[in-house]
Design a binder for this molecule. Structure first.
Ligand SMILES: Cc1cc2nc3c(=O)[nH]c(=O)nc-3n(C[C@H](O)[C@H](O)[C@H](O)COP(=O)(O)OP(=O)(O)OC[C@H]3O[C@@H](n4cnc5c(N)ncnc54)[C@H](O)[C@@H]3O)c2cc1C
Length: 490
């Protein structure tokens, strides 16, 4: 692997490159005045920042262009909302080596245990069931061993107990994984899931339905070689998978966003905010990146570290083609919408039920997140997938009012107890346009392979190019892979 800088950084090479650039892009009047670097990284989320840090450390001149005035992308700490909730990433899994190393290197403090939620009460068809009564409730129409599992546990239990893979990379191997590149619905049927269990799973799904979600994509996300999580996910009755993951995870003290901010601070002036990239033009040896405001950047390589929802809107020359074009254009992105609320009386003491609520209505979950200091005066209602898109049809004020009315209808003890403190929809974020990509059933392997292939001078990073891990760690891993690809080509 070559880590040495190439000759093109010498004064003469840069001058020659500028001349070549003007010749290669004759239509670009500003080509001669474009800023020059070795690599332009698009997007200052975990993936882009990690790629940029690796490149900088290896001696490359890097420019990071971030469309927003905020650093962090889907690591978004709601500093503007009471209680400073996490609007995006929160849990740092026990196997997140890259995230943990970066925090240590930059002196960002992690603390053990992520956000915890109060246990759930269940609302089925408008009727409330206590956590401990679920297994015997007449509202529980599941069968056999399923009956013992809470609706919040069904999905993780099926995934963990039927995980066919021995290690984290098998999901990418045709021979091992081909049989699972089917819809979640088909896979659950194959495992003998009851229609009632499938219905309950679909109520909380982030994908539009069981038939578009990919079993393989979901199996990729299971933490392997981690028996503690597996045992807790399948056997604990009181908690759900989020809860159990939280117990063994860590969080960034002061908010998840503090870590990408520290990464950007390390990179200094090379990170430019309010620079929405609109166009990438390449000629086989050089690239020119143009922002919406007309500023231009010349480089030898470009790293795209933006979600596919946004990459689709960037003009790329030469055009993407074949499987890669299809994967970029067609990979669906899910949505999550959050309604944050202050709680002015302990309504759970009035009805004697657990404070959080799982519903099969338009809201998926109403979680009582314990603050780190132990206070219990806030709730967050969240909807995912189609339900989130349905809620997003309402303007913010009406959305908040609707959610409070719905909670009051389902749980009368909350009447007068709730007040909206903030609303956040990931589909409404212009530079994310969704919360996460989900490789579609039947095309999971093909798309996973196509999405990482370098295109001319353009390399791809971002959570959607995950390999071994999920979430923030997969974003870090993808930035590392893109940087290594560039080292190899330099
Ligand atoms: C609700 C939610 C909860 C989550 N919880 C967890 C969790 O608990 N643990 C976990 O590990 N992960 C979690 N994740 C996932 C995690 O947040 C992501 O995997 C990770 O942050 C993705 O990083 P990224 O660099 O791939 O993309 P992003 O963070 O989306 O970064 C992309 C960046 O590109 C910028 N950009 C977009 N368009 C342009 C453009 N045209 N020009 C320039 N810049 C542009 C964006 O503004 C953004 O800063 C969660 C995500 C969400 C939404």
């Amino acid at each position: 692997m070559k880590l040495n800088r190439r000759q093109f950084v010498s004064t003469t090479a840069v001058a020659a490159a500028a001349t070549m650039q003007a010749a290669a892009f004759p239509g670009s009047a500003m080509a001669a005045t474009a800023e020059k670097s070795d690599v332009v990284v698009i997007g200052a989320g975990y993936s882009g920042l990690n790629a940029a840090i690796m490149l900088k450390d290896a001696g490359y001149k890097v420019t990071v262009l971030e469309a927003s005035d905020r650093i962090g992308g889907r690591a978004f700490t709601g500093d503007h909302i009471e209680g400073r909730p996490e609007l995006g990433a929160n849990q740092i899994g026990p196997q997140y080596a890259r995230v943990r190393d970066m925090a240590q290197r930059l002196g960002v403090e992690l603390s053990h245990g992520a956000n915890l939620n109060a246990p759930f009460t269940f609302s089925i068809g408008g009727k409330l069931v206590r956590n401990e009564d679920w297994a015997k409730s007449e509202l529980n129409k599941t069968v056999g061993a399923e009956r013992e599992l809470l609706p919040t546990q069904l999905m993780s239990s099926f995934l963990v107990k039927n995980d066919p893979f021995q290690n984290s990379s098998q999901w990418l191997q045709e021979a091992a994984a081909g049989a699972y590149d089917i819809s979640l619905g088909q896979w659950l049927q194959r495992l003998g899931a009851s229609p009632a269990a499938m219905r309950l799973i679909s109520e909380g799904l982030i994908a539009p339905d069981l038939w578009s979600a990919s079993a393989l994509d979901l199996l990729q996300g299971i933490p392997r070689n981690f028996s503690e999580f597996k045992e807790q996910s399948s056997d604990s009755v009181k908690g759900d998978s989020h809860e159990q993951a939280a117990i063994v995870s860590s969080r960034v003290v002061g908010g998840t966003q503090r870590l990408p901010e520290a990464m950007a601070a390390y990179l200094g002036d090379s990170v430019q905010r309010n620079k929405a990239v609109a166009r990438i033009e390449m000629n086989g040896t050089k690239a020119e990146v143009t922002c919406l405001d007309g500023t231009r950047y010349d480089s030898s390589f470009v790293v795209s570290a933006v979600p596919l929802t946004v990459l689709r809107r960037i003009s790329i020359y030469p055009h993407l083609a074949g499987d890669q074009r299809e994967a970029v254009m067609m990979t669906p992105y899910a949505n999550t919408t959050f309604i944050y609320m202050n709680v002015n009386k302990p309504f759970w003491e009035d009805d004697g039920m657990d404070a959080s609520l799982w519903t099969d209505g338009p809201i998926n979950l109403v979680r009582q997140a314990f603050d780190y200091d132990g206070t219990r005066d806030r709730l967050v209602a969240l909807s995912t997938g189609l339900k989130a898109n349905q809620l997003d049809q309402l303007p913010h004020k009406e959305r908040g009012e609707f959610v409070i009315k719905e909670i009051e209808r389902l749980r009368p003890s909350t009447v007068g107890a709730l007040e909206v403190s903030g609303i956040h929809s990931w589909a409404e974020q212009p530079f994310n346009a969704g919360c996460s990509g989900a490789l579609p059933a039947g095309n999971t392997l093909r798309y996973a392979q196509a999405l990482v292939k370098p295109h001319d001078r353009l390399h791809f990073a971002g959570e959607h190019t995950k390999r071994l891990e999920v979430g923030m760690e997969s974003a870090m891993e993808s930035g590392e892979r893109a940087a290594l690809e560039i080292f190899d080509r330099s």
